[in-house]
Design a protein around this ligand. Structure first.
Ligand SMILES: [Zn+2]
Length: 159
């Protein structure tokens, strides 16, 4: 089963580079649009961020399998870092989606609970299966959080 908007390479030759750029909106996200035909739409909640400008400001990029597994700011490397292939998969565009800053923020709280991440995938197929499973879990979590926040908004902000 293929999940839009995820990219499905057939073999190792099709593993793309990490998204290019030094900035989300004018770099990585634009590269995902130009190189992979991604839409400027949140992969989790569906928010269109191509316009208006105020929506565009919310555009970020998410590594579906968290990149802390291979790169850490302080110690330099995460638990999967010793495997060059895993590092390549995690940093590649196959593991990246455009998403809104709100959905990206929700995921900060779900990352430590992903028990699947403790078993590193050995092959491209295993990586893709894990990526898809984590993506679906993140999307479910983001939609749940949006429903909660929308209810609170209706109760507290609308007259
Ligand atoms: Zn979103």
């Amino acid at each position: 089963m293929r999940i839009y908007p995820l990219f499905y390479p057939q073999n190792m030759d099709q593993i793309p580079l990490p998204p290019q750029g030094d900035n989300a909106r004018f770099g990585y996200c634009l590269d995902l649009v130009n190189s992979f035909g991604a839409e400027p739409r949140c992969a989790y909640c569906g928010l269109w961020m191509g316009e208006p400008y105020e929506h565009f400001l919310l555009m970020t990029m998410d590594h579906i399998i968290p990149k802390v597994l291979v790169v850490r700011k302080r110690s330099g490397s995460g638990p999967w870092a010793e495997t060059e292939q895993l590092r390549r998969f995690v940093m590649s565009a196959i593991n990246c989606v455009i998403c809104c800053s709100e959905c990206n923020g929700y995921h900060l709280h779900t990352k430590p609970t992903m028990e699947q991440i403790h078993t590193p995938p050995q092959t491209l197929d295993e990586f893709m299966q894990l990526r898809d499973a984590v993506f679906l879990k993140k999307r479910e979590r983001a939609l749940y959080r949006h429903r909660q926040d929308r209810d609170r908004w209706k109760r507290n902000w609308r007259t």
